[in-house]
Design a protein around this ligand. Structure first.
Ligand code: PXP
Length: 253
């Protein structure tokens, strides 16, 4: 790969949580998230993302073990900053650990991590993960104070929360969407200038992915709910292929 191609490259991480959501709706073992991870790998995913929530509402401990055994591409392990999750991450040593905020009452990860107000605890929390070889990322809102705090505590990667941008787009509120996009763009530039690797994710669809994928600072998108939903109609490889096409088209312009 040439230097130009490396700068251009935008990885696609496929989040398979909602295959487990569907499985758990019935109990039993089907559909199998490991099969989804293998299908995503076979269709060219750059990584698999899975969130082991405190309440185990979708992915379970045994899924993480089975996915790690099955896949050859990196696992991005999403986790809350709790002792229990740290112990699990240190046991499995996934390629990446993405620290997310977690509240039991939320339907999905609604806000970003509060890094600025919790710096000392988070610095202590991510230290052992980094030492164990996990690439730590912090899932944060596109807020300059959070980007700065992520840098200060030594996180190598941030993932910027695109949920608000995607929600405004879905609501048809283009003024708020554009303002939120500008926040994402400015946070990406700030982080890149500080030497942080920038990822983005949450709520991305065919319709809203292009402006995000076009940002040259962004190195990875993590996409789950939409791809798994679309896979019901067209299959996961076809859904991923269309997402990849849109990402690459946006990137090349
Ligand atoms: N990135 C992070 C940190 C997330 O928590 C999630 C949702 O689990 C995603 C990306 C994927 O979001 P979505 O399922 O809406 O594509």
């Amino acid at each position: 790969m040439t230097k130009y191609e490396r700068q251009q490259a935008l990885r696609l991480g496929v989040n398979i949580d909602h295959v487990a959501t569907l499985r758990n709706a019935r109990g039993g073992a089907l559909p199998d998230p490991v099969r989804a991870a293998m299908a995503a790998q076979g269709a060219g995913a750059d990584g698999i993302t899975a969130h082991l929530r405190e309440d185990r509402r979708h992915i379970r401990d045994a899924d993480i073990e089975a996915i790690l055994k099955a896949i050859e591409i990196p696992l991005n392990f999403e986790m809350a900053a709790t002792d229990e999750m740290q112990e699990i991450a240190l046991r499995h040593r996934p390629h990446a650990a993405c620290i997310v905020p977690e509240r039991r009452e939320e339907r999905t990860t609604e806000g970003g991590l509060e890094v600025a107000a919790d710096q000392n605890r988070l610095a202590d929390f991510i230290g052992p993960l980094g030492e164990a070889g996990c690439r730590v990322s912090l899932f944060i809102a596109p807020d300059p104070a959070q980007v700065e705090a992520a840098y200060r505590i030594g996180a190598p990667v941030i993932e910027l929360h695109t949920g608000a941008y995607c929600d405004f787009d879905a609501d048809g509120d283009s003024v708020s969407r554009d303002a939120e996009f500008t926040r994402l763009q400015e946070a990406a530039i700030q982080a890149d200038d500080l030497g942080l690797e920038v990822h983005m994710g949450h709520g991305l669809t065919y319709r809203n992915v292009a402006p995000i994928a076009a940002l040259p600072q962004v190195k990875e998108l993590n996409i789950g709910h939409f791809l798994i939903g679309e896979a019901v109609f067209v299959g996961l490889p076809a859904a991923m292929a269309e997402m990849r096409r849109l990402m690459e088209e946006a990137r090349s312009q």
